[in-house]
Design a protein around this ligand. Structure first.
Ligand code: SAM
Length: 525
């Protein structure tokens, strides 16, 4: 009796350690999703040859052969263990060939009617990215970003191997659509006019073990229907019928989807705006944040352990406080949203690292001695220090009146820096801009930044990392939008400032709520 695919997978997962699976990025495609992706390939009535570049246990081949048993399938797999397990279940099928080879370095000369894959997810430092990127650049005559994740390279190669009229289905993290390293793959999907559908999974629960939280299916075709690209959001397994329907109806569609002209898509932009309802649309009178503030990253030392000090380290090396720059080095040292001198003094007293060595005029013998120690440890030869003159000079960053946290799971966190101390890269610096035509105080700007309204609108411009982690680079914020505070009446401005004063005094969230209500009343569409 033929064994069910799900049983093959659970037998393998039982036998093989988690470490082994992690080493090869073996996260398996749920069978119903594999069936859908297979349906996309099978809709090509000339489908004969199929490539499965990251074979694993061959979920896609199982789904394809269940519907069409005369397909000629070639699979690539680098793990001998999984490959020998998989091949047992294709015994007797001479038309299924599993090669124990690295897909990226092989098979460039062959083209296929169908390519179907859930590629390995490896960050740039987890695979031999230099030689692989060099190989890709040679073959595709393009320039790749060194931070590229392996899965985007798989996709680029597969697009290259697609036969005219061929179809390709890839299951990938949706992260590439909103990150810098994904720009090339996005522009390739547009340039080759192969992209047809993007199906984004917004499942509450993770569908792929603990590998990633956001995933999408990319459906491509090398046919003549290259006018439009459709984005669909799926929030549960129950909604998979939508995908089934759009595949069955292709190239027509009977369900309303977010459809864009191929040449409307911008590879430089975050594609979130094509598939996610933008929070900004809920408000009127938005302007770029850069109208009122400039965001730059905090101080990068190039050797934090060496440059940061607490009082006991200063005592140990006899460094006088005049050679130490007050500086917040760790995000976790800041608890609330307002940071003042008393908070700073408390951190000092707790012996937290809240200073940076500031030795530009290094004539003091103790400072000299500490610099010599740094040189003997090679601190002066590090990537950042070696490019500075002198190597121990700090980057010039005046203390920013507002900080914003860089990584976050719960949304942006802005902090008002009344203590006037500097910050490392754990925060970005927010410098309010003098604006001749509008009179916005720093406190009013900060009061706004405390509100959910502000954070919600910024979220439209976040970039995603694996595991639900979101990050804002300084430019994501500069280019993010905000409500034009200049349009508040003077009464509304005063009210906002008063709520803010009460919030600082009491630390009660109801005052932030009041600010939120005021903004909603004035600006919600
Ligand atoms: C994410 S899993 C997907 C497995 C299967 N296709 C599925 O969807 O369930 C990726 C598979 O690719 C294999 N793999 C990793 N790097 C590879 C490479 N460079 N060439 C070929 N296979 C590779 C891994 O061993 C793993 O089995």
């Amino acid at each position: 009796m033929k064994i069910k695919y799900e049983d093959i997978e659970s037998n393998y997962s039982r036998k093989v350690s988690h470490e082994h699976r992690k080493k090869y990025a073996q996260f398996f495609t749920p069978y119903p999703i594999a069936e859908l992706m297979a349906a996309w390939l099978l809709k090509n009535e000339h489908l004969k040859t199929v490539l499965e570049p990251a074979f694993g246990l061959g979920v896609f081949s199982h789904a394809l052969l269940a519907k069409k048993n005369d397909l000629v399938i070639k699979g690539f797999e680098i793990d001998e263990l999984i490959s020998s397990e998989a091949s047992q279940h294709f015994d007797g099928l001479t038309k299924v060939q599993i090669l124990l080879q690295d897909y990226m370095y092989n098979d460039w000369e062959n083209k296929y009617d169908g390519i179907i894959c859930n590629p390995p997810y490896f960050k740039f430092h987890d695979y031999d990215n230099r030689s692989m990127i060099a190989e890709m650049e040679r073959k595709l005559s393009c320039k790749l970003n060194g931070f590229t994740n392996l899965y985007t390279l798989f996709l680029l190669k597969s697009l290259y191997q697609l036969q005219p009229d061929g179809r390709c289905a890839y299951l990938v993290p949706s992260e590439f659509m909103n990150s810098d390293y994904g720009k090339l793959v996005k522009s390739h999907l547009i340039k080759t006019k192969t992209l047809r559908h993007v199906i984004v999974f917004d499942f509450e629960k993770n569908i792929f073990d603990d590998a990633m939280t956001t995933a999408c299916i990319i459906l491509c075709a090398k046919d003549n229907y290259s006018d439009s690209v459709r984005f669909t959001n799926i929030s549960s397994f129950e909604e998979l019928w939508k995908v089934e329907k759009l595949i069955a109806d292709y190239p027509k569609t009977s369900i309303p989807l977010k459809t864009y002209k191929m040449d409307e898509l911008d590879s430089e932009a975050k594609w979130k705006k094509y598939y996610q309802d933008q929070n900004g649309k809920k408000f009127k009178s938005l302007v770029p944040f850069s109208k009122y503030a400039k965001v730059v990253r905090g101080i990068a030392t190039g050797a934090n352990d060496y440059f940061t000090f607490n009082l006991s380290k200063a005592k140990e090396f006899h460094i006088d406080e005049q050679y130490l720059l007050p500086c917040i080095c760790k995000c976790t040292d800041i608890k609330g949203q307002v940071f003042n001198m008393d908070d700073f003094e408390l951190l000092k007293a707790l012996d937290k690292k809240v200073f940076l060595l500031n030795a530009t005029q290094a004539i003091d013998p103790n400072v000299r001695c500490y610099l010599t120690k740094g040189e003997s440890e090679g601190i002066d030869k590090k990537y950042l220090t070696a490019s500075r003159n002198p190597w121990f000079a700090l980057e010039k960053r005046p203390p920013a009146p507002i900080w914003v946290s860089v990584f976050n799971r719960k949304g942006l966190r802005f902090i008002r820096n009344y203590a006037n101390v500097a910050n490392l890269t754990t925060f970005h610096c927010v410098y309010p801009q003098n604006n001749l035509f509008s009179d916005i105080s720093i406190d009013l700007l900060f009061a706004y930044l405390l509100t959910d309204t502000a954070r919600m609108i910024f979220e439209d411009n976040a970039r995603e990392y694996g595991n639900g982690l979101r990050k804002f680079e300084p430019n994501d914020l500069n280019k993010g939008m905000m409500i034009d505070l200049a349009l508040l009446t003077s009464e509304q401005k005063t009210a906002m400032e008063n709520y803010y004063t009460e919030y600082v005094k009491t630390n009660e969230l109801r005052w932030v709520e009041k600010m939120n209500e005021l903004l909603n009343d004035a600006f919600a569409c």
